[in-house]
Design a protein around this ligand. Structure first.
Ligand code: AMP
Ligand code: MG
Length: 322
């Protein structure tokens, strides 16, 4: 099978209704989508991604109005966050309704829900009588795809259709928020920052868990990684090996040839950097370097936290960042 790439929402709806797994665009990264109620299709998502069964899928729904069909005992904090940020790059982990299969949640009593902010996918979801279970459309552990071409290059032989919605506008995965005793807990950093969340839920304490734990079994330390080893360094470190690449935030490394470098945002804009991050890592990964260097964003606050989080997880010595 060679995937067809196109913009036919009716075709995507037909294939999904027929139990096929297809790729869909979202504002964060491309998703590998299946009918959430079709256990065979859900099993195929895990198989195609080579994703371990303990790593639960995010369920994409058409709108806030659907939240009570799929989640129960919803804390008022969660509703406020959904009202503030949906559609958008925020995933809420909530107690699941029985209708959500344990195959989707990896046996957990909670479900991760999100309304993606992408007009094609919202229109697709509104046509479908079921939500879409959709992790990122990449082989497990590798860099997430931010274009239809990225999906085609890796999963083109495994799926019949890629719904092409253009380049992902956010470029990194959603912020994941769960609730412990109704208190929001951030399980994964994203473009929606702890500060923004705090603004909505008032003075509520926000605890950040981003390491592997039973609440977020998918947050493994080595993730989003290129095949070429990626090392975190800084611009002052001497680099003598000519066969290395450099992923720069805004300032290139003075000792590395410019053609071996990708600058994420010349103006130092974190949103632009996030949007370009995965395409840049893929580009450098395909240049056959012996290794890739990068440096963390200096001002580790706001949205920069999410970029640094991805760089740490993608780096070769990610275990040291536990
Ligand atoms: P992605 O591959 O970007 O779709 O991310 C899916 C991630 O969402 C998983 O790896 C988990 O970390 C998180 N997740 C999904 N469902 C749950 C859940 N029920 N509880 C906690 N985390 C979840
Ligand atoms: Mg993923």
């Amino acid at each position: 099978m060679k995937a067809e790439t196109g913009q036919d929402i009716d075709k995507a709806a037909y294939l999904l209704s027929d139990g096929e797994v297809i790729a869909i665009p979202t504002e964060t990264v491309y998703g590998l989508a299946a009918n959430c109620f079709n256990l065979k299709a859900v099993a195929n998502v895990f198989k195609i991604k080579k994703r371990p069964n303990f790593d639960p899928l995010i369920v994409h729904i058409a709108g806030l109005q659907a939240i009570d069909r799929f989640a129960k005992n919803i804390p008022s904090n969660a509703r406020q966050l959904a009202e503030a940020f949906w559609p958008g790059p925020l995933t809420l982990v909530l107690p699941k309704q029985d209708i959500i299969p344990f195959e989707v949640t990896s046996g957990l009593d909670t479900v991760a829900l999100r309304v993606p902010k992408h007009s094609m996918t919202l229109s697709l979801l509104s046509q479908l009588p079921f939500p879409l279970a959709a992790p990122s459309a990449n082989p497990f552990g590798y860099i997430s795809p931010t274009s239809a071409e990225h999906v085609f290059n890796q999963l083109g032989n495994d799926i019949p259709y890629i719904l092409d919605g253009g380049p992902a506008q956010i470029g990194i995965e959603s912020t994941i928020v769960g609730f412990e005793n109704e208190i929001p807990v951030i399980y994964r950093y994203g473009i929606i920052t702890p500060e923004q969340i705090k603004k909505v839920v008032g003075n509520t304490l926000i605890r950040v868990h981003t390491s592997s734990n039973p609440q977020a079994p998918g947050m493994l330390h080595s993730h989003y990684a290129p095949r070429t080893p990626l090392f975190i360094t800084d611009l002052n470190t001497e680099i003598t090996n000519p066969n290395v690449g450099f992923l720069a935030f805004s300032i290139p490394h003075p000792q590395i040839h410019p053609t071996n470098q990708v600058v994420l945002s010349e103006s130092g804009n974190v949103f632009e950097a996030a949007r370009n991050l995965y395409a840049a890592l893929r580009k450098l990964d395909n240049m056959n370097f012996s290794c890739i260097y990068t440096s963390l964003l200096e001002d580790e606050s706001g949205e920069a936290t999410a970029i640094n989080d991805r760089l740490k997880r993608a780096s070769f010595q990610s275990d040291t960042h536990k």
